[in-house]
Design a protein around this ligand. Structure first.
Ligand SMILES: [Zn+2]
Length: 303
């Protein structure tokens, strides 16, 4: 077991830029420390950073019927936060679950990619297609720039929808697993630049959802993004796939955590999440055996 503090320290000490996303307290933390020299994302199996604003479980979205639903703004018009389908929402008892995959790449990781480090995960995408698992990919703008043909292919496959994970994958509140912090004045630009880069690839199925890098946010960042119109998307189940080496443990953590309406966070980057494909191969048939149906975040929100 690793505490949030230990995980954060490991990430910072090793110079990893990425970040983990906070996790609900009910989730087990079995993160493995990032291997020395590893690049990226952090471990997503730790507690939410102090100061994180409690996210509301969402109910019905707005704008139904015309494209992807979004949630109504929060108090004072701030960016709404979706975490899972609320149990009392329409369809809340349905056995649906959304798998989400963060395509992480940080603004300064270009040289590592040039040196051969793999921030993408084509075998994972191929597996999701083979198993016909609708899913949502939260892509950084930097990832889309690095892998434009993959971004386009994912964004034009009706099985998937592409959401926004910022351009740089820097933190929108601090502290956040050692990530550099985005200035408040630059937050909106981070989101808009990512959408621009993603759309530039030719990806068409782009949804107005945003995942904060590391899952770190506060009142300031929610307010700063209000004018972008995005709905922030967190999760209720942490897969623990970041830096994991045991696919079975990741699968078990997901299977233990999923309940009707759950939203699971995983990664789409071999560099920092090498066993995700293997974990998905175990999770999908078992959840189907238990009666679950996989949906994209937009459908989960619509419920
Ligand atoms: Zn991320």
């Amino acid at each position: 077991m690793m505490t949030a503090t230990a995980a954060a320290t490991a990430v910072a000490v090793l110079g990893s830029v990425l970040a983990g996303c906070g996790a609900p307290e009910r989730t087990r933390t079995e993160a493995v420390a990032p291997p020395a020299g590893s690049t990226i994302p952090a471990d997503e199996s730790s507690a939410p950073p102090a100061g994180a604003v409690p996210s509301a479980t969402a109910e019905a979205g707005q704008g139904q019927g015309q494209g992807p639903p979004t949630m109504a703004p929060g108090p004072a018009g701030t960016t709404p936060v979706f975490e899972r389908r609320a149990e009392h929402a329409p369809g809340g008892a349905d056995k649906v679950v959304a798998l989400t995959f963060d395509a992480d790449m940080t603004a300064d990781q270009g040289p590592r990619a040039a040196a051969g480090e793999q921030f993408d995960n084509p075998p994972l995408i191929a597996l999701l297609r083979r198993l016909k698992v609708p899913s949502t990919v939260f892509m950084t703008g930097r990832w889309a720039r690095e892998y434009p043909s993959q971004a386009r292919a994912i964004g034009n496959d009706p099985l998937f929808e592409v959401a926004n994970h910022s351009y740089s994958h820097y933190a929108f509140s601090s502290p956040c697993y050692g990530l550099p912090t985005v200035a408040e004045s630059a937050m909106r630009g981070e989101v808009e630049r990512a959408f621009t880069e993603i759309r530039r690839t030719g990806a068409r199925n782009v949804v107005p959802y945003f995942r904060f890098p590391g899952g770190c946010y506060d009142d300031v960042s929610l307010k700063a993004l209000a004018s972008t119109g995005v709905t922030a998307v967190q999760w209720d189940v942490v897969s623990g796939d970041a830096f994991a080496t045991d696919a079975g443990a990741v699968a078990e953590q997901v299977l233990d955590g999923v309940r009707p309406g759950s939203l699971v966070v995983m990664h789409c980057t071999r560099s920092a999440a090498p066993v995700t494909e293997d974990a998905v191969r175990r999770v999908v048939p078992e959840l189907r055996r238990r009666g679950y149906r996989f949906v994209k975040v937009s459908e989960l929100m619509r419920g």
